[in-house]
Design a protein around this ligand. Structure first.
Ligand code: 5GP
Ligand code: ZN
Length: 112
């Protein structure tokens, strides 16, 4: 499968990883939209949140748990934003489910 995030998870494309375990990988976004911008992805290929199955619920929980833990590690004590762009109108470009962890600046609402 020609999936860039599967390749990052497998290590065949380099990324600046901040965490890795048997289920997930977290790495710095190549085009950061905030002073801290990290992507947390499952090693398993799931195309989007809309493609997740009931059995994926524990894995989705792990992604959020990792995002919160990495935010602490990164010193985002003033807050941060966690985003899952889903589908074309959601702004998803890479079709491998990922959690954006954004921090280090004031976020605005509503998002664009
Ligand atoms: P999406 O728009 O799909 O929610 O977000 C995809 C994100 O992946 C974007 O923020 C983009 O900068 C990032 N990205 C795309 N290709 C690469 C890559 O090869 N390496 C890294 N580290 N990030 C990437
Ligand atoms: Zn993939």
């Amino acid at each position: 499968m020609d999936c860039i995030f599967c390749k990052i998870a497998a290590g065949s494309i380099p990324a600046k990883k901040v965490r890795e375990n048997d289920q997930l990988v977290a790495f710095f976004d190549i085009d950061p939209k905030a002073p801290t911008h990290i992507l947390v992805i499952p090693k398993k290929h799931i195309a989007s949140l809309g493609h997740a199955e009931p059995g994926d619920a524990p894995l989705l929980g792990r992604l959020l748990e990792a995002a919160a833990d990495i935010a602490r590690e990164q010193g985002l004590s003033q807050g941060y934003r966690v985003v899952m762009n889903t589908g074309p109108e959601g702004g998803q470009v890479v079709d491998h489910l990922h959690v954006h962890l954004l921090g280090g600046r004031q976020m605005h609402w509503p998002p664009g």
